[in-house]
Design a protein around this ligand. Structure first.
Ligand code: ZN
Length: 549
């Protein structure tokens, strides 16, 4: 408690994060996220608002057992005209299994007189009574000072008096909230400093920042620098409007750059990426590539000069070691890249550029539908450049890149061969007169010397094809049942003069075990492009993740 370099982390993903548009956690979702937060060692996990909705009630009725974290319940101070021990809302907050309660109250005089319509003194009594009463029922009480920074700017004496009334009544933490998210880092630092001078020690002071000015992380760090020792935030910055302060960025900044300790051991910081991904999975969202520290692009190097410098020493273009937060360096292949990129990228997948044979290269190209003569290709670097010119974007499709290279080395077996297919699209009226569109695909596929034919139905041609193809393949490769297409993107690539515009399809897939990979297909026909990306996706899963006995 007296260690001034210790910062306490408070997660509100399950309460404030749940306010996000389009987010609707079930109690089971909440339990799963909470277990991840406990696993990494977050000090406090706010489970929700007991009595506010059935999901939060279900969560608090049977919260997961934590090994390290403390469960907090969120609620409001007593209402005006009620005593603290006779307020049903406050009562509901104090009877859950949570031994920590966080109560929100007003500190902005304008909100007190306008929103609540009560006297300023009555508000101070509401805060003090509620904290004092809760202290007799639970282990730890926190006070969330709503609109604190706006209130402090309008009337510093009153805002401070309200915060102090919670501290004096025994609140373990007084948490200053930038509820509207309009505060900037220099104001944050000044006001937190003044609150500490005003009588609330930094060891009892926290901040809760919103990202409306895109400075929630910076504000949180500024508050810690000014002396606050608790930071509230959410995983990946989830939260209403522009989100809450992103703990996934705050944690490594505190630990790796500012020399603070948290409840997370230094060698556990590498779990950060998997915790961040766990939230994306619950939300069924694609992880943000550009997210600092944990995004797929956070340590991706594309420019040729950057790549050769990073190969000499990664510190040339990396602010931290990616492995410290569980991420990996990624050398991007691209049209503008030099040979050094290609060599580095191939070294990353364990392939020596010189071991690629030209005759194998020609056979690889012959399988593809490209506009150049395979015999003109001089080497693999030349081939990649030609394919990128055709529209293949390998910097977005690492799995297709790896397949291309390994095919050139003769390492990829022919798991299946598509001999022919036919797709029929139909639109008709249903019996009740509604439009229905249906696709039907027939595929003929050769697997292990045998021919199979199957028919699939789907909501569109790609779907129907996928259904038909997987009917054949899952009989031979049952693990393909778990293959899920997570994202499907179509782009029209720039056409050069005199040639038809080409369509590029990228597909992101997952195998239900946390592996994700991206494949690409290019053709003038969107269906052909889709089928190429789809077949690469299936082949990559079999090649890379198949359990070979
Ligand atoms: Zn908030």
């Amino acid at each position: 408690m007296t260690n001034s370099s210790r910062v306490y982390l408070y997660d509100t993903t399950l309460r404030d994060g749940a306010q996000t548009q389009g987010v609707d956690f079930s109690a089971a979702d909440k339990a799963r996220i909470a277990r991840e937060l406990d696993r990494i060692g977050i000090d406090y996990i706010e489970g929700g608002w007991p009595g506010a909705n059935p999901t939060d009630d279900a969560f608090f009725a049977a919260p997961p057992a934590f090994k390290r974290s403390r469960l907090a319940a969120f609620g409001m101070t007593r209402r005006s005209g009620r005593s603290a021990d006779n307020d049903p809302g406050l009562g509901a907050l104090l009877v859950t299994p949570a031994r920590v309660v966080t109560m929100v109250g007003k500190t902005w005089d304008f909100q007190v007189t306008v929103a609540l319509g009560i006297g300023l003194d009555e508000n101070l009594r509401m805060v003090a009574d509620s904290v004092a009463h809760a202290r007799t029922k639970v282990d730890e009480v926190m006070f969330d000072a709503e609109h604190f920074f706006d209130g402090y700017k309008a009337n510093p004496a009153y805002a401070l008096a309200a915060a102090k009334s919670a501290y004096d009544a025994g609140a373990r933490w007084v948490v200053l909230c930038d509820t509207n998210g309009g505060t900037l880092p220099h104001e944050m630092a000044r006001i937190v400093g003044e609150v500490i001078t005003g009588g609330i020690p930094g060891s009892h002071l926290g901040v809760h920042c919103h990202n409306d000015s895109d400075t929630a992380v910076a504000n949180s760090l500024a508050a810690v620098t000014a002396g606050a020792r608790q930071v509230q935030g959410t995983l990946n910055g989830l939260g209403e409007r522009c989100g809450n302060a992103n703990l996934v960025s705050i944690i490594p900044a505190l630990m790796l750059k500012m020399g603070f300790e948290t409840g997370i051991a230094p060698d556990e910081l590498k779990n950060l990426l998997s915790v961040s991904r766990a939230l994306d999975e619950v939300l069924d969202r694609n992880p943000s590539r550009g997210q600092p520290y944990v995004g797929a692009s956070a340590f991706a190097h594309k420019g040729g000069l950057h790549v050769s410098a990073v190969a000499k020493d990664p510190r040339c273009y990396e602010h931290i070691d990616p492995a410290s937060v569980g991420n990996v360096r990624h050398i991007v292949v691209s049209d503008q890249a030099g040979r050094s990129n290609m060599v580095a990228r191939m070294a990353e997948i364990g392939v020596d550029l010189d071991s690629v044979r030209r005759d194998a290269l020609v056979r690889v190209v012959e399988r593809m539908q490209v506009s150049f003569d395979p015999h003109e290709v001089s080497d693999l670097v030349d081939l990649i450049k030609r394919l990128e010119h055709e529209g293949y974007a390998y910097d977005q499709a690492a799995a297709s890149f790896e397949l291309l290279v390994r095919r050139a080395l003769g390492e990829v077996p022919d798991y299946f061969t598509l001999e022919r297919y036919r797709v029929i699209d139909e639109r008709r009226r249903s019996a009740v007169g509604e439009w229905i569109t249906l696709s039907e695909a027939t595929v003929k596929v050769e697997v292990g010397g045998r021919e199979y034919m199957e028919v699939g139905e789907g909501t569109g041609p790609v779907h129907a094809f996928d259904v038909a193809l997987r009917k054949v393949l899952t009989a031979v490769y049952p693990e393909l049942t778990a293959l899920e297409l997570k994202d499907y993107r179509v782009r029209i690539t720039e056409s050069s003069v005199g040639t038809a515009a080409k369509t590029r399809v990228t597909i992101e897939s997952e195998d239900g075990k946390g592996h994700r990979w991206t494949t690409v297909g290019v053709h003038t026909n969107v269906l052909e492009a889709s089928l190429e990306a789809l077949q690469d996706s299936i082949t990559f899963m079999l090649f890379r993740f198949r359990d070979t006995p």
